[in-house]
Structure formats: C-alpha cells, structure tokens
Design a protein around this ligand. Structure first.
Ligand SMILES: Cc1cc2nc3c(=O)[nH]c(=O)nc-3n(C[C@H](O)[C@H](O)[C@H](O)COP(=O)(O)OP(=O)(O)OC[C@H]3O[C@@H](n4cnc5c(N)ncnc54)[C@H](O)[C@@H]3O)c2cc1C
Length: 394
C-alpha cells in the first residue's frame, strides 16, 4: 500500500530543500527523496566550503536560457533579501566577497543545517539513500516506486539537478522523467567549466601552467567578463574563463583583452618614448606576468627595443593585446563543471508556478530546468527562487 502525501520531491539539493520547507510551512505533507547518502552535497562543496549562497545584484540578465524571460517572475518573488533574511534568522554570519557575492564566514554546513532545520520544523519527511525505480501517473496522481517502498501524491516536483559532478550524485533522472511525460529537453552541456587547448595551441601555453593573469576580459561575441585567468596543464581556467565558458561552443571565437581598461596603444607609445632601449618583452613584463609576456614575445610578437617599432607596428601589437585569440578545443566536461546548461525546456512550464502545462501536478525546479546562472551566487538564487515558487504553488 503506497503511503500518500500532498507532494513528492525528487532531489535534496538547494531547490528541492527550499521547495520542501516552503510547502511544509504551508501545511503540505511533503516527502523528499534523495538518492545520495545525504542532502545538499553541492551546497557543502560550494564556494570552496563557504557557499556563495546568493548575489545581491542578481537580475534576470545574469542567467542563460532559451527563454530569457522565464526566470523573471520567480526571481522577482523570492529575492536575495528574502534568503538573507532566513540566513540572519538562523544567526549565520556572512560577508560580501566582491560584486554582491555573499559567502558564509564559517562553513556551508550552516546553510544545509538551516534548510534541514526549516524542513524539520515544517514537518517535511526526508529519505536519503533512497533510489527511485519507477514513476507512474494516473487519476490518483503520481506514484513513485522507490527502494524504500511506494508513495503517491497529487504533485511531483523534479529537483534532481543537472549532470555536473556525477560523483556528488548528479544524474540525468530529471531529463528522463521530463521526456517520459512528453516534455522537450534542450541539449545539455557543461557550463562554468575550464576550457582545454590542444595541438599547437596547447604546446605554446603548456609550460605556463600555474601562471595567473589577475585581470583579463574574456569575450565571445558580445558577451565579456573581466576577471582573472589561470593557465592549467590542459588549458585555461579562472573566473573569467569559467564565466565565458557558458557562452562558448566549439568553434566559437574566444578573445582576450589582456589589458582591459587600459589604452594599450597609448601605453606602448609612452613606453617607447620613456624607455626607447627597453625590449618589448621587458615592458610587457611590467604590465603582464613576466613568463607570459616572454612567451608572447617568443611565439607571436616581434621582440625588439621599443625605439625600433614604428607607429603601425605599435598599433598592430596594441590591437593584438586587446583581442588576443585563444583557440579552445573543448571543456573539462561535467567532471569539473559547476553547472549544466540547457535542460527541461521552459516552453511548457509556467513561469509563476514552475508547473508543467502538459501534466498538471508535475513541477520542475532548479538546475534541471533550462535556466543557468553566471558564477557568483546566481545559481543558488535560481534554486531558492524556483523552489520557493513551486513550494508556494503546491
Ligand atoms: C563545485 C561546485 C561549486 C558550486 N558553487 C556554487 C556557489 O558557490 N554558488 C552558486 O550559486 N552555485 C554554485 N554551484 C552551482 C550550484 O551548486 C547548483 O546550481 C545548485 O546546487 C543547483 O541546485 P539543484 O537543487 O537544482 O540541484 P542539486 O543541488 O544538484 O541537487 C540535486 C539533488 O538531486 C539528487 N538526485 C539526482 N538524481 C536523483 C534521483 N534519481 N533520485 C533522487 N535524488 C536524485 C542529487 O543527488 C542532488 O542531491 C556550484 C556547483 C559546483 C559543482
């Protein structure tokens, strides 16, 4: 005999826990099923163990989706201030790192504890190490057959996340379930992920592994991010690269402004005037990490005393420095990606309730949906906001 609930939630990550506590607070009998041995594993590992739990500047412009309007309603109805209020109610100390990114002072464990305490107070039942074998749907609602028995409810919330970090419990379950119920799933790919280089592109940079450029602007098309870049053994990483990786596709033209916010031509002209005998690699080594400047001059740029460059040559070098091409061959994939781009198509979901328009009572929230945030607390804000929207609707 199946146990009955008002709502079954699949996935005990950020979105599922938020949905559960919201629905529980409204008197709904909620069962949350998590197949890993504990809930909130990604919260625990996030932000280097300190969880960048929101971004005070979050707006719909910080998200990628085939429908950029979809996230607007949920984000407007559950804001960073709402989540901060909960964090403060639980006495969790936090600080702003940069650009509105809020981190716990102590540990991400406190965020998981807060969510679990709220769930407990709201009477939510949580089953961990519980795998789902089958989901069926009939007149009486949804029936979920798990390794711990069967449960049924008029509502089923899919909060099973994306494909990134399979070792943390990530699975394609949500996409399969969406397809089972006739929903389209947009192609998925790794986002917020290091890029790899290959062939001669890799050879030129390989021994720079560990060299960091504190500030570049990484650009693909009209999208650009100013932040740090780090050379790795297999390619490039660092916040600027992670951010732009979500906009990069194989074959895309990736450019780096190596001197963002600086007029490279004016700077080179001044240097030629002030230090005519200094070589290009020496003066560039004062604007960029020395090893990197040296490599630029060994492999691509002519290295001569500054006085030997004429005006067009300096202009050419300045242009190169501000739109340096980097030919990435791929990404490091889901193994290291922070998020999964694409996912359940928002076309047949309600943006106010997250409910399916095809199958009443079926909801999709969090990362499984085709909404992906930038690096910097935006992905959790989407998880909280979409989880809250569904929790209110249940
Ligand atoms: C290393 C790392 C660091 C990150 N840092 C940040 C950060 O600081 N700030 C930020 O905003 N975002 C960060 N992110 C992204 C953020 O963690 C995710 O966007 C967010 O966790 C998505 O929430 P979710 O609830 O949709 O999915 P998840 O948190 O992935 O939760 C999904 C849950 O469903 C479970 N599950 C999957 N399949 C099944 C199944 N078949 N049955 C039962 N349970 C299932 C999973 O085990 C998991 O617990 C980080 C991601 C990674 C990988």
């Amino acid at each position: 005999m199946a146990e009955t609930f008002d709502a079954l939630i699949v996935g005990g990550g950020a979105a599922g826990l938020m949905c559960a506590l919201t629905a529980g607070q409204r008197g709904r009998r909620v069962l949350l099923v998590e197949h890993a041995n504990r809930v909130g594993k990604k919260i625990l590992m996030s932000g280097g163990g300190r969880c960048n739990f929101t971004n005070t500047g979050a707006t719909p412009a910080n998200f990628l989706s085939a429908n950029p309007h979809y996230c607007k309603s949920a984000l407007a109805r559950y804001t960073p201030a709402d989540f901060i209020a909960m964090v403060e109610r639980h006495g969790i100390q936090y600080h702003e790192k940069e650009l509105g990114q809020l981190f716990c002072d102590e540990s991400s464990k406190l965020i998981v504890k807060m969510l679990l305490d709220e769930c407990a107070a709201a009477g939510v039942r949580i089953e961990t190490s519980c795998s789902i074998e089958r989901v069926t749907h009939g007149d009486a609602g949804f029936h979920v057959h798990t390794t711990r028995g069967a449960s049924s409810a008029p509502a089923l919330v899919v909060a099973s996340g994306g494909l990134s970090i399979p070792s943390m419990g990530a699975s394609g379950f949500g996409y399969e379930l969406a397809r089972q119920f006739g929903h389209a799933v947009l192609p998925t790919r790794a986002g917020l992920v290091p890029l790899t280089l290959s062939g001669k592109h890799q050879e030129h940079y390989a021994d720079l592994a560990g060299v960091a450029l504190p500030r570049v602007e990484a650009r693909v098309g009209r999208q650009g991010f100013r932040a740090g870049l780090l050379f790795t053994h297999r390619g490039i990483s660092g916040p600027a690269i992670l951010q732009i990786s979500s906009y990069w596709q194989p074959g895309a033209d990736l450019r780096l402004d190596l001197l963002p916010g600086i007029d490279a031509l004016a700077t080179l002209q001044e240097l030629r005037q002030d230090r005519p005998a200094a070589e290009l690699k020496t003066v560039l080594g004062e604007l960029l990490p020395k090893r990197f400047a040296q490599r630029l001059c060994e492999a691509w740029l002519p290295n001569r005393p500054m006085k030997q460059f004429n005006a067009p040559e300096l202009r050419q070098i300045a242009t190169q420095l501000q739109a340096w091409p980097l030919t990435a061959s791929g990404t490091e994939g889901y193994r290291t990606a922070e998020v999964t781009l694409g996912g359940v198509d928002t076309d047949e979901l309600s943006s106010t309730t997250m409910q399916s328009r095809r199958v009443p009572g079926l909801y999709f929230i969090g990362e499984v949906v085709d909404v992906t945030g930038w690096l910097g607390g935006y992905n959790f804000q989407w998880a909280w906001a979409s989880g809250h929207a569904a929790g209110i609707a249940l």
